[in-house]
Design a protein around this ligand. Structure first.
Ligand code: SF4
Ligand code: SF4
Length: 102
């Protein structure tokens, strides 16, 4: 997408102004698995909404030491506070996709 002069481009990684602050319990990654399931990840040929083939028991990464840069560079943000408390991986991934409009 090309920015149009004078148009504000939304930052998807910043919570909306009217959004409550992220819970202190969700400040760090809680290994909920949503970001390894919901988005498509080209480096892993991972389609949207499908768990990564490297996602193991307890939502732990089975190739953690050699995971690609896109995974290494991913940082928890306000979205984690939205998805992580949900009870199932399916629900967490669905909410993640909903937030990003995917
Ligand atoms: S969505 Fe957030 S809390 Fe869940 S695994 Fe990814 S970084 Fe961690
Ligand atoms: S390689 Fe590991 S960290 Fe990256 S998406 Fe797959 S399970 Fe998650």
């Amino acid at each position: 997408m090309t920015a149009v002069e004078g148009e504000t481009v939304p930052d998807l990684f910043t919570a909306p102004d009217d959004y409550p602050p992220r819970s202190v319990w969700q400040r760090d990654c809680t290994v909920c698995g949503a970001c390894c399931t919901a988005p498509d990840i080209a480096a892993l040929a991972k389609p949207l909404g499908t768990p990564c083939v490297n996602l193991g028991a307890g939502c732990l990464c089975t190739v953690y030491a050699s995971r690609p840069a896109v995974c290494r560079n991913y940082r928890p943000d306000w979205v984690c506070g939205e998805v992580a408390p949900l009870p199932t991986l399916e629900a967490r991934a669905a909410r993640f996709l909903e937030i990003y409009g995917l």
